[in-house]
Design a protein around this ligand. Sequence first.
Ligand code: NZQ
Ligand code: ZN
Length: 382
Amino acid sequence: MENFEFYVPTKIVFGKKTEEKIGEILKKDGIKKVLLVYGREAIKKIGLYDRVVDSLKEAGIEFVEHSGVKPNPVLSHTREGIKKAKEHQVSAVLAVGGGSVIDEGKVIAIGAKTEKDIWKFFKREEVIEDALPIYTILTLAATGSEMNGFAVITNEETKEKLNISSVYIFPRVSILNPELTYTVSPQYQAYAAVDAIAHIIEFYFTCKVCPNLQNRIAESLIKNIIETTEIILKEPNNYQARAEFMWAATLALNGLTRTGVGGGLFPNHMIAHALGGIYDLPHGACLSIVIPAWMDWYKDKNRVQFERFAKEIFGVSTVDKGIEMFKNWFSKIGAPVSLKEVNIEESEIPTIVENAYNIAKIWKIENIYTKEILEDILKRAV
Ligand code: NZQ
Ligand code: ZN
């Protein structure tokens, strides 16, 4: 096992009705006024908005609202949130929603504490040095944002979808009530499953030492995500399945699976972010298109892991059969597996390559992911 540091300063409050505790949690932490960040309609439709507001009022917490965060949150809306946070001098951000809401909330938390242009952090031109405390109530289990130090924002002018990573944006407390996810649509549940599995396999396949412990944690999480997704798609209100899926998705990207593995790149996400940035497609849908193509391109570079994956996850003995079954499972749950399925023509590949290569440069992996290689991978996804 390689040397590693593992630091996750987020408290998880998990279970039924836990959202009702938010006011008390903030009060205990000495927070007096929050920016309440949320999306478009989901939290009002499920009655969560009212419960959160009641809890805040009961605890005497003031709040200013920043709503309308869209999936694939954009820079302009984030900037509006930063302005609001500064004007009203809030002392924390409370993000209520899925990964998009939490990510935008995190970036607002950084922006509220600096006069620097927020986009410079995404371009790695400035270093994040502070942020307001972040609290979250999760309504869609997928990204792991509720227990990690990442955030992803799209600059809609340049079509760049970029990430930041900082210890300052780990949420202080995240509330996870599986019941809040009962209304997530089958389509988004499929994307969520793809995303959570993607977070695990990025490290699983690009590991250098690949210890047994981490392999087994990864395989166990993947199997659980597959099994619970199949139950959820048939029985959306199955608490046990929603609960296990929710916790598995959180553990998939809180640093646990990558401990000690050495290496560990995020190439599928790099290409998926290019697709998301250009076409504004759901993140999970971008990944289900990229992953089978990338696996086909990469399989000989870590064959042992691919053999393991085929055997452990799908009970088959060949690498190609494992990839095929994985791809078929994506199709089965309703996630696209080709560019064609989302109306992207082969002629658009050079544009996607340029965008992905820009991210490769920012991540300093352009020597591995050259334009030729990116093109090769994308051609396998036509
Ligand atoms: O628009 P509203 O009304 O808010 O509805 C949302 C949205 O339309 C809806 N939704 C959320 N909770 C619901 C619900 N609908 C019914 N019932 C509920 N309980 O779902 C739609 C999608 O929400 P979104 O937040 O966009 O989905 P997700 O959680 O998948 O987040 C995706 C974003 O996170 C980024 C992605 O790139 C993408 O921008 N990621 C963030 C990561 C991180 N911070 O660690 C890592 C990931 O790899 C990923 O890149
Ligand atoms: Zn992801």
